[in-house]
Design a protein around this ligand. Structure first.
Ligand code: ZN
Length: 145
């Protein structure tokens, strides 16, 4: 059963000691930390010092697959790998990978920031990824050199 977590309920940093711990009166590692240009609430974790927006971290929360693995698969997809090939390599069903990419597309702003910063995915590759997702995976992604 998937948990329902509200924005800012937990630290989404997997390396953090308080990763995924929901905020309670005893557990208070998150503090509000201004807003983004688009007015999205930003939070800072006192434990690890990382900042994140309220929407990021809730995207893949509660999934059986670790968030990093999902993001890595999305990065490989953006780099032009076929879903069928990724399915063989990662062991996840093609439908599952497609579902992740659809969910990611709904939070494109947050996902893009992470994919570019941590996986060195290029802007053009991300644009191609979202186009691909909008076409429901019907077409093959163009390869980017
Ligand atoms: Zn943290």
């Amino acid at each position: 059963m998937e948990k329902f977590a509200r924005p800012g309920d937990f630290c989404p940093n997997e390396a953090c000691a308080d990763y995924g711990k929901l905020q309670t009166d005893q557990q208070r590692n998150l503090q509000k930390y201004g807003k983004t240009r688009k007015g999205v609430q930003r939070y800072r974790c006192k434990t690890c010092g990382k900042t994140f927006t309220e929407t990021f971290g809730t995207i893949f929360y509660g999934k059986r697959t670790p968030e990093h693995e999902i993001l890595e698969t999305l990065a490989l997809l953006a780099e032009g790998n076929r879903i069928s090939a990724l399915s063989r390599v990662t062991g996840h069903k093609e439908d599952t990978i497609l579902q992740w990419s659809r969910e990611a597309a709904q939070h494109a702003e947050q996902i893009e920031a992470v994919l570019m910063a941590e996986f060195k995915v290029k802007r053009g590759q991300l644009d191609a990824l979202w186009t691909y997702v909008r076409n429901k995976g019907g077409k093959k992604l163009p390869r980017n050199g």
